[in-house]
Design a protein around this ligand. Structure first.
Ligand SMILES: *Cc1c(COP(=O)(O)O)cnc(C)c1O
Length: 397
């Protein structure tokens, strides 16, 4: 079905098996929300689940809710997330923030390679990853090497490298790293890998088991719509669980938390990545948000993500070919995440003009306009309209 007119896009929306999923979301009228890659919108199941947590679990059951469900939420939500990233249910835990989880994983991973002193990452990795890596390295006597590109990364792999930490889908460009190849190259060199899936989960296919991945982290407030500050997730391959010692040894990660013993002993399995009491209302919001995914065929979801981003590129092609706008994302749809980056010297002003017209995008230094095409609720007609607005603004500049 071609989509060269707005009517064709609307017909495509009408025929879209995912179209009714949009009805789960409480999106304000009159805007085109292309920021689902930064903060996913509120969904009805999420709002209902939070209300239940407030009225019934907290309001009525009070402390009884801890043994009756709250205590297990970090593990239960991990089980629900697992299928979105090709993990086994017992390999994922929902806890803390992505930043904190990176710290836990870096230290735990480095302890598995005590004779190796180097962490390798990309110089253009997401800032929080870089900041946490530097401090975790300083505290553990490791050294961070920031590679310029994939060639330099592979080049850097020698017997001194303990681990690699990389973001799977680049937050600026949406370029997707080859998870299978990089993981294999790292393993061949005796190193471990931590994948940051912040811009991947719920948006692109991820198969951690097939990649033989060691560790991963990611947030749940982007494409998973878990709500502002929703807790992050940690993945660790089951084959490593017994050897892992993460540094934030709180009582929630203890083998017998209600033994109130004076010394720490890690819980078995992924639970050992817990630290302190989890923010239950945020867990409830995420729990509800995940209901939306239960209704969705993941293959169709990822296919829609690719079709949306291709539609946007096709619509903007005249601006690219005339040099008035630059595509900041890969052309190859198979190595592209679910947002599109555009580059323009006046990117900040264009984002502001789009916002004034109800098209919400964001600006990233130095000249990027990001358009998040969350396939659960963005329509083909929305992409058509957004491209139209961009064409008018950039064409008039
Ligand atoms: C959004 C994002 C984070 C966020 O980290 P928090 O600690 O959850 O705020 C981390 N890494 C990447 C790559 C991100 O895009």
């Amino acid at each position: 079905m071609s989509m060269t007119t707005r009517e064709e896009c609307q017909r495509r929306d009408a025929a879209d098996p995912l179209a009714r999923v949009r009805d789960y979301f409480l999106l304000p009228e009159g805007i085109i929300y292309l920021l689902g890659n930064s903060l996913g919108p509120l969904s009805i199941p999420s709002a209902q689940r939070v209300k239940h947590a407030l009225d019934v679990e907290w309001g009525e059951q009070l402390l009884r809710s801890w043994p009756d469900g709250w205590w297990d939420l970090p593990v239960a939500l991990g089980r629900r997330l697992a299928r979105l990233i090709g993990a086994r249910p017992e390999e994922v835990l929902v806890t803390d923030s992505t930043s904190v989880d990176i710290f836990k994983l870096v230290v735990a991973a480095a302890r598995l390679r005590p004779n190796r002193r180097v962490i390798v990452t990309y110089e253009n990795n997401f800032p929080t990853d870089l900041y946490i890596l530097d401090e975790a390295a300083a505290l553990t006597g490791l050294e961070v090497r920031r590679a310029k590109d994939r060639g330099a990364l592979i080049e850097a792999l020698d017997e001194s490298v303990a681990l690699i930490e990389l973001t799977h889908v680049d937050y600026r460009t949406a370029e997707m790293a080859p998870m299978v190849e990089i993981t294999k190259a790292a393993h061949d060199a005796g190193a471990l890998v931590i994948w940051d899936l912040a811009h991947s989960i719920g948006a692109v296919p991820v198969d951690l088991s097939a990649a033989d991945a060691d560790f991963a982290v990611g947030c749940t407030y982007k494409y998973l719509n878990g709500g502002p500050g929703a807790p992050a997730f940690v993945f660790a391959a089951a084959r490593l669980h017994d050897e892992l010692h993460q540094p934030l040894t709180g009582w929630h990660g203890h083998a017998r938390p209600f033994g109130f013993e004076p010394t720490y002993e890690p819980a078995s399995g992924i639970r050992r990545f817990s630290t302190g009491s989890p923010p239950i209302l945020s867990y409830a919001a995420l729990d509800g948000a995940l209901d939306v995914f239960e209704a969705v065929d993941l293959g169709a979801l990822f296919e829609k993500s690719r079709t949306l981003s291709q539609l946007l590129i096709d619509r903007l092609e005249p601006l690219f070919s005339s040099g008035r706008l630059e595509l900041g994302s890969p052309r190859d749809v198979m190595v592209r995440g679910s947002h599109i980056a555009l580059r323009h010297a006046n990117a900040g002003a264009i984002v502001a003009q789009l916002e004034a017209q109800g098209v919400l995008t964001d600006f990233r230094d130095p000249d990027y306009i990001r358009l998040g095409l969350a396939p659960l609720f963005v329509r083909y007609a929305d992409v058509f309209d957004a491209a139209d607005a961009i064409t008018k603004i950039v064409g008039a500049a």
